[in-house]
Write a protein that binds this ligand. Structure first.
Ligand SMILES: C[S@@+](CC[C@H](N)C(=O)[O-])C[C@H]1O[C@@H](n2cnc3c(N)ncnc32)[C@H](O)[C@@H]1O
Length: 424
């Protein structure tokens, strides 16, 4: 190794590190169910473990490339997971000295098999001996672009077809950063007692929304203003679709894929006490979160149903929001696993489902009413193409406007299009 071995940390600390590694797979599930890299996932995982887990999820291609190159073959899944954790700590995080990281990984594997421990020992030393800078320089000069950008091969293929290398490189670098944590002051709420927040400039697609960066999340979540639900955690990109829908007081609105309810909260605020928002989602579990998020709103009705088979009458609504299930490529910072699971085939399957939901929703809007179709995907196949195919078959609708937000340091990516039903 390139460092003198420092004294090992106390056995209890090392034992704790081993336990943390063993819960990595479970933490992957926590990330999924807690909505990705958000405050809930962080709280569930604990700060340090969360940091390592995030590197493992974001740098998987680099880690696997190094492992494959050093091992000349396949590595057992259990061994591979431990190697990910060790390499993530050694190459991307500061804190533990490399010999301690290697020792901890080897001890962990020895609990199952001495052979696996010896294998990991040799492999980690082979990879890490040149030192962090040299290892990363090798990745930079020898690995294929999708590995260097840690994008996943299929996502890289999709994006490199429409983005030039500098734009693709900048986007990939941005996606290695944590997602911004943004709080919105609920309409009419009193911000007194808020802490840990910094005001953000207004966004042009929702200029009246009061948005704040959570500069000190611990202080914010402990503040009286958060406790009395004056704020809602809401990325600025999620305001695009409800803003395009332009709901007015007293209108009847349907939100067909509503859970966990971020946009439903905005629709309920806009429709006011004289309006009505019917919130539909096919997942009963996710619907429980809508109930929580809508709090005391009195103008909402919740229904677990498939958006393609709702019992509402034709033309029952002034406005409909369809925030359809999608590949989530606009929110990769919050869902770091998306970059590895994306495939052209699953995107196309989703596009077919999106088209079905859009077709079914069209009958619910009254003549002259409007419908907003939205995703948190950056893929044209799930966005403009779905809308254009719909319009080609439905001359009764016309496209009024559409917008794609690319992810930035301030917000996630999103797409939304407003369609108007012709007034007969
Ligand atoms: C992108 S999320 C919606 C996010 C939500 N609009 C918000 O702002 O919090 C998509 C939702 O669509 C739901 N969904 C997927 N297919 C559906 C279908 N066929 N009918 C109704 N809901 C569906 C999922 O359960 C998921 O909650």
């Amino acid at each position: 190794m390139d460092q003198n071995p420092p004294p090992l940390p106390p056995k209890a600390d090392r034992r704790a590190a081993l336990v943390l590694r063993q819960v990595e797979a479970a933490l992957g599930d926590v990330l999924g169910s807690a909505g990705g890299d958000g405050p809930a996932a962080r709280a569930a995982a604990g700060a340090t473990t969360h940091q390592v887990l995030m590197v493992v999820l974001r740098r998987r291609a680099t880690l696997d490339w190094l492992i494959a190159r050093a091992s000349n073959g396949s590595t057992r899944e259990r061994v591979r997971r431990v190697l990910w954790w060790a390499l993530a700590e050694a190459l991307f995080l500061d804190g533990l000295p490399v010999p301690v990281i290697v020792d901890t990984a080897v001890e962990d594997l020895k609990l199952h098999s001495r052979g696996e421990g010896a294998f990991a020992n040799a492999l980690l030393r082979r990879i890490l001996n040149p030192g962090r800078a040299a290892v990363l320089a090798t990745v930079h000069s020898e690995a294929p672009e999708w590995v260097r950008l840690d994008l996943g091969e299929a996502l890289h293929a999709a994006w490199s077809r429409r983005l030039a290398t500098p734009a693709l490189t900048a986007l990939a670098a941005l996606l290695q950063e944590p997602a911004p944590l943004v709080a919105r002051l609920r309409q009419g709420a009193d911000p007194t007692g808020a802490a840990g927040l910094e005001p953000l400039p207004a966004v042009d697609w929702a200029p009246t929304a009061a948005l704040y960066r959570c500069a000190d999340a611990a202080a914010f979540f402990a503040s009286p203003a958060w406790q009395r639900r004056a704020f809602y955690i809401q990325d600025a990109s999620t305001l695009l679709a409800p803003a395009l829908l332009e709901v007015r007081e007293g209108e009847r609105v349907v939100d067909l894929c509503c859970a966990p309810g971020g946009k439903a909260v905005l629709l309920s605020e806009a429709a006011g006490p004289g309006g009505q928002v019917d919130c539909v989602d096919r997942s009963p579990e996710r619907m429980a979160r809508v109930r929580e998020n809508l709090g005391a709103a009195t103008n909402v009705r919740l229904r677990v149903a498939d958006a393609r088979l709702t019992p509402f009458a034709n033309g029952a609504f002034d406005a409909a929001l369809l925030d359809v299930p999608c590949s989530n490529t606009g929110v990769v910072r919050r869902r770091p696993d998306v970059r590895w699971h994306f495939s052209a085939a699953s995107r196309d399957e989703l596009a077919a489902e999106q088209a079905q939901i859009l077709a079914a929703a069209a009958r619910l809007v009254r003549p002259g009413g409007r419908l907003v179709y939205s995703t948190c995907s950056l893929e044209p196949e799930e966005n403009g193409a779905v809308v254009q195919d719909f319009l080609a078959e439905r001359p009764g609708y016309r496209l009024e406007c559409e917008r794609l937000l690319l992810p930035t340091a301030e917000h996630d990516g999103a797409y939304a299009a407003r369609l108007r039903r012709r007034a007969d």
